[in-house]
Design a protein around this ligand. Sequence first.
Ligand code: SF4
Ligand code: SF4
Length: 224
Amino acid sequence: MSTHGFAAVLPRLLQNTDTIQALMVTCNFAAWDSGGWTEALPDIRRLRKDGVGIVAMKPLMGGMGETPAGRSALAEALKTPAGRTRVMSAALRWVLQNALVDTVPLLIKNQEELAASTTAAAGGLTDADMRLLAAAVREASPRLCRLCPTCSAGCRSGLPIPEIMRALMYAEGYGNLPRAKRAYADLVGGAPVAKCESCPGCTADCPNQVRVHDRMLSARTHLA
Ligand code: SF4
Ligand code: SF4
């Protein structure tokens, strides 16, 4: 089973651990260390104890295409191929050392990415990796959605914010604009996000400092 909404499927999962062999669920440094997954971890441990294998979804934080707009040295470094490779390598090592994860699928598009992933996987997670990941996620936070989905309950218009964020991630993180547009059209057809433009004030608060209103407008601009 694969899910973007762990809490919604949890009761069914717990009742069917005899037939469900594996669960693919969001698992990356940003989501588990600074996202809203802390509460889910005991249930994930329990599922695993019951024999359900855990497959990491978005292990590289969605490609972190939502790179920071700032001009700090780190923000600038993250925009370069070498800087991104350093962060992605650390992210891969983080998920590989996670004892709750059984399988880590990766999207590898060319020989260079294959070589970088193989090299990264061969090394152990270091303190320098952890510092780099923490700093990179902090820099990217205004745009880096963890898909948790705490903000949704606060939206005056009931927008499917995490799903819209995910559509944005397909474009920015995976570089797959057609897929992003399809996902966006399936969700909202473009119209509901117009509500953000006339909203008297965004009440969809994000505990990770993602600028929800800006991101919704960005989705409308680029994906509608
Ligand atoms: S924007 Fe919403 S779904 Fe994304 S990290 Fe923030 S609260 Fe979670
Ligand atoms: S600005 Fe958009 S996301 Fe924020 S509360 Fe209003 S409709 Fe919801």
